[in-house]
Write a protein that binds this ligand. Structure first.
Ligand code: IMP
Ligand code: MG
Length: 185
């Protein structure tokens, strides 16, 4: 990547989902989530998968009407010959025992990340465990790795922005976008 003399904007090929579309859909998703959980009592423990879920979770939880706590979770994806294997580096423990837990991630692709996170959190016996993703590439994840709340189904292209990265860049682009193809080479 030769980034020295160009702007971030010059790297964007097209906007797939605009910031206005995201905002509208988040209003709906918050209503969908609020309909499932009690408004009273201890409320939710929201577990964002870092770093991709950072921006999504910040916008989502401010739309939720119930008491909400955050339990941070950090995953690294190992690149091996058989694809990338997620490894959980940091996760909530006894904090989630007996609680309603909602995992939040940016995108559901193969489902390996979400499945690994579910298995890890289950060990601490939450009262309920659901998951919420902003984006999903349909038909790629097995049913057991599915998400309970999905923002948008998208075509199978690599996207950046609104938390999603390429080489750790572009998380701060406010829309979901596709990069110019020459950047991947
Ligand atoms: P999975 O484990 O294959 O479901 O992949 C999920 C993780 O891979 C997400 O949390 C993202 O960090 C990353 N990922 C998958 N597809 C994309 C993409 O199109 N753009 C950016 N990151 C992606
Ligand atoms: Mg991620």
């Amino acid at each position: 990547m030769t980034l020295k003399h160009t702007t971030m904007e010059a790297d964007i090929d097209r906007i797939l989902i605009s910031r206005q579309q995201i905002s509208q859909r988040l209003d709906e998703m918050a209503r969908e989530i609020a309909a499932v959980y009690p408004l009273k009592g201890e409320g939710l423990v929201v577990v964002p998968i870092l770093a991709g879920a950072l921006i999504f979770v910040a916008d989502l939880i401010r739309r939720l009407p119930m008491r909400t706590q955050i339990g941070l979770l950090l995953v690294s994806s190992y690149s091996g010959t058989s694809g990338s294997e997620p490894r959980i580096l940091f996760a909530p423990g006894s904090q989630i025992r007996g609680r309603d837990v909602l995992i939040v991630d940016d995108i559901l692709d193969s489902g390996r990340t979400l499945q690994a996170v579910k298995v890890d959190l289950c060990r601490h016996e939450p009262a309920s465990l659901r998951s919420c993703v902003l984006l999903r590439k349909p038909g790629k994840a097995p049913p057991e790795a599915g998400a309970d709340f999905v923002g948008f189904d998208i075509e199978d292209v690599f996207v950046v922005g609104y938390g999603l990265d390429f080489n750790s860049y572009y998380r701060n682009w406010p829309d979901i976008a596709v990069l110019r193809p020459e950047l991947y080479r």
